[in-house]
Design a protein around this ligand. Structure first.
Ligand SMILES: Cc1cc2nc3c(=O)[nH]c(=O)nc-3n(C[C@H](O)[C@H](O)[C@H](O)COP(=O)(O)OP(=O)(O)OC[C@H]3O[C@@H](n4cnc5c(N)ncnc54)[C@H](O)[C@@H]3O)c2cc1C
Length: 207
């Protein structure tokens, strides 16, 4: 669970953490960005006419990522399901708002930037208060031992190095279709490229 939620635990775990100020302060220093996901579902098998299956959006103030998820998962014949993720700034500014208001603003914005898309049959808006780590645990230990006996370890993305990559070109082929992924090659951080990558991104070679 995210480090801030470890600190919300009560009982013996919380007591144990309090015993060691360096652990408590370390956990307090872990910071995450927040993000909304907006999912659009369609009942019928209709074509969403876009030249990409998944796309990192560089020039929008609200959405950062969009995927025609059934196509991304190599199910082009299924009724479409579209997933959009908001930007870090939008998450920061809107995290405390009522989710129905956010959903309605996001839907309006989808209509603005993708005016040709049909009206979805079902919409789900999901808030991720703790989405991606911005500041990891000091020293990036990978894990910490909260208690020796019985052994209790805290680990996960909050305790590891940030794996953000800046390269000039990244080729990731879709293993199912062998088509090239459609992220633009513009020298910006290709964070989305790490999503299904089983190794540290440092193993990717710029071409
Ligand atoms: C919307 C979104 C988009 C993202 N995009 C990217 C991206 O493009 N690229 C990228 O590299 N990363 C991305 N991330 C971040 C990535 O998902 C996380 O960094 C990664 O999943 C963290 O792995 P983890 O094992 O630390 O934690 P998690 O994957 O969150 O695993 C924690 C597990 O603990 C379980 N758990 C929680 N509480 C308890 C409990 N009390 N008892 C038992 N089990 C519990 C949860 O169910 C979960 O299975 C994204 C995250 C979000 C939310």
């Amino acid at each position: 669970m995210p480090a801030p939620q470890i600190l919300q635990l009560s009982g013996s775990v919380r007591e144990k953490i309090k015993e060691d100020p360096s652990v408590e302060n370390g956990l307090k220093s872990v910071k995450y960005s927040s993000r909304y996901a907006l999912c659009l579902f369609y009942n019928a098998k209709i074509e969403i006419d876009e030249p990409w299956d998944v796309k990192y959006i560089y020039d929008d103030e609200i959405f950062r990522y969009v995927a025609i998820d059934n196509k991304k998962r190599n199910k082009p014949d299924s009724p479409p399901a579209i997933v959009l993720h908001t930007t870090i700034t939008y998450g920061e500014e809107n995290v405390e708002r009522n989710i129905s208001d956010v959903q309605s603003d996001l839907l309006d914005h989808v209509k603005k930037i993708f005016p040709g898309w049909p009206e979805p049959d079902f919409v789900k808006c999901q808030k991720w208060r703790y989405s991606q780590v911005v500041t990891p645990y000091p020293g990036n230990p990978g894990f910490i031992v909260v208690q020796q006996d019985p052994l209790l370890i805290a680990c996960g993305d909050g305790f590891t190095k940030l794996q953000v990559l800046t390269i000039t070109q990244l080729i990731i082929t879709d293993p199912h279709t062998h088509r090239k992924s459609s992220w633009e090659q513009d020298g910006k951080a290709m964070y989305q490229g790490c999503w299904f990558w089983p190794y540290p991104v440092s193993r990717l070679h710029p071409t």
